[in-house]
Write a protein that binds this ligand. Sequence first.
Ligand SMILES: [Fe+2]
Length: 153
Amino acid sequence: MSSNELIEQLNKAMSLELSGVIQYSQHSYLVSGTDREVYKEFFRDQAEEAQKHAEFLGDKIVALGGVPTVEPAMIRQSVDLSEMLKQDLELEREAMAAYMSAWEACGETDLPTKFWLEGQIADEQIHIEELEKLTSDRVAVISTDKIVLKEVS
Ligand SMILES: [Fe+2]
């Protein structure tokens, strides 16, 4: 694939990271009740992380001869914590898809960018797994000899 395709996919990830900065920040402003004690900081940390990822992407896109986008992707808002976390999970999954497409666009010609993306993809996967746990309805069922996680329907 061409480096144009790679730049395009990196820009897609860029727009999603820019959304992440705004969406996580907005969630940190809006979260209320006792959840605020924990989740204000959680959302602020995620916004900072998205900002760092956007900076890496912006520098990389310029290094490859492109221009980083200044247009964020869709931003989801809510005042309900569970809904916020589901919205963030959707955003992280979209970002993962963009990083994976960028990884594919590297082919065998740009291995350094490919390896850098693998680090990013590993980081994004941890966010996804944590958000999956935070939005999960699973409960632990303890029987005599083992603990089993079950989905609540
Ligand atoms: Fe990210």
